[in-house]
Write a protein that binds this ligand. Structure first.
Ligand SMILES: *Cc1c(COP(=O)(O)O)cnc(C)c1O
Ligand SMILES: [Zn+2]
Length: 420
């Protein structure tokens, strides 16, 4: 029996015009971004909590709400990362109910980008692409390279030439073609738009962007399910293009609409690195006009997008939900990485440091209330951005293999410094 098309069309976010489900991403009439549209009535008839819970623990348990026609063919194991109750971090931040959505352990490349790539490449195969590509600040490149390798697709990843070693090597190892561009991400992205038109490749975040973007919703679906089918009162999300934030908002809305969670008040808060904070700056100016940042200057390379494609929509998602936005300096980001590691045993990359540092500032300023539930979205693993904290977490104590030297070392340690 042929499956019903729950995913019905692409649709312009601005004028609502419908488009066929092809490798296109911009409305011809107003240049608005195209987004996946669904037959929610049909989905509502099949997608119950019980059905979802009976499925394997991956992001594909919400498959009716993802923009592919058949079964997923790439990344079937991606997602369903842990949501942990962060009691020790909560105590340090002075809040009552805090959770970490831990996408540092997403399969297979240790960032939330595996979610978007799994959808984009599954759709790319349905559309007949044999070569896929991306413009990336690092994590997307890693995920495209790995998932394309396991799917037998040819891949090209284009990145700013000055990325961290871990991100560069984490693409090269899969045998993908890695092209470093002398320039900032915005220039890489502009070049990719030209290449996509000329070479007919599937660019996951250019001509396949409507499919790619929907993958981010699964982070929101999982948070709600893992909280026992409840939405958190507050969600804090770090932003590069702003896409993840808008899609978590969309996910919560879809769950409410389908009756999978009870309607409840939610606020979505954004986090950026001060050295590239065009969305946060616009929020602080009280406008939705995002001024591009021509010269990003921050250790948080994964979030360094000067012209954020979804900035406008992210601002509206924050505003509509009564959320707020903050940005964190490089030293604050390092502090955030260390705080998360020391309290919860989670080693996040710089973007995770941004989320923790901005949440801390929002709590201190009263914009995140201390007595309401808060989820922090931690989106990538720290082993990929070691440069950011090398030399900033102390050094190992060096001794000879001698018990006497060990005794002397430990004798100098104050008892309060030892682990509880
Ligand atoms: C890409 C990325 C984000 C955010 O991306 P958006 O463009 O805002 O969707 C957040 N964290 C990490 C680690 C990323 O790689
Ligand atoms: Zn339009």
């Amino acid at each position: 029996m042929k499956q019903k098309p729950y995913f019905s069309n692409l649709k312009c976010r601005e004028c609502g015009r419908l488009y066929p489900k092809e490798a296109i991403h911009i409305c011809e009439f107003d240049f608005g971004p195209l987004e996946a549209a669904y037959d929610y009535e049909a989905i509502g008839k099949v997608l119950t909590r019980r059905v979802i819970e009976s499925r394997p623990h991956s992001m594909w348990r919400y498959r009716e709400l993802l923009p592919i026609d058949g079964e997923p063919t790439v990344g079937a194991q991606v997602g369903f990362t842990p949501l942990i109750r962060a009691r020790r971090l909560a105590e340090r931040l002075g809040v009552r109910e805090l959770y970490i959505k831990n996408d540092t352990v997403n399969y297979p490349t240790l960032s939330f980008k595996d979610r978007v790539v799994s959808v984009a490449l599954s759709r790319a195969k349905e559309l007949g692409f044999t070569t896929v590509a991306c413009a990336s600040t690092g994590n997307l490149a890693n995920s495209v390279a790995a998932n394309a390798a396991s799917a037998g697709l040819r891949s090209y990843v284009l990145i700013p030439a000055d990325l961290e070693q871990g991100k560069v090597l984490g693409s090269l190892v899969y045998g993908t073609r890695v092209i470093g561009i002398h320039g900032a991400y915005d220039q890489v992205n502009r070049l990719c738009s030209e290449i996509a038109g000329k070479y007919g490749w599937g660019f996951v975040n250019v001509n396949l962007r409507p499919y790619y973007a929907e993958g981010s919703k699964t982070m929101g679906f999982e948070i709600a399910e893992q909280l026992g089918w409840k939405l958190p009162r507050h969600t804090v999300v770090c932003m590069a293009s702003g896409s993840l934030l808008t899609k978590i908002h969309k996910a919560y809305h879809e769950l409410e609409m389908l009756g999978l969670v009870d309607p409840s008040e939610i606020s979505i808060h954004g986090a950026q690195a001060t050295g590239c904070s065009p969305i946060s700056a616009a929020m602080k100016r009280g406008t939705d006009m995002v001024k591009p940042e021509p010269k990003p200057d921050t250790i948080v390379k994964s979030l360094a997008i000067g012209t954020p494609a979804d900035g406008y929509y992210a601002i509206h998602a924050m505003r509509e939900t009564g959320g707020s936005c903050e940005d964190a300096s490089d030293p604050e980001v390092i502090g955030g990485i260390r705080l998360l590691a020391e309290t919860e045993g989670i080693f996040a990359e710089t973007a995770g440091g941004v989320t923790v540092a901005c949440a801390k500032k929002l709590i201190e300023s009263g914009k995140l209330p201390r007595d309401e539930s808060i989820v922090l979205c931690i989106t990538g693993h720290g082993l990929k951005t070691q440069e950011a904290i090398i030399g900033k977490c102390g050094e190992p104590s060096l001794i000879n293999p001698s018990l006497r030297e060990f005794d002397a070392l430990i004798a100098n340690e104050s008892p309060s410094a030892s682990q509880p």
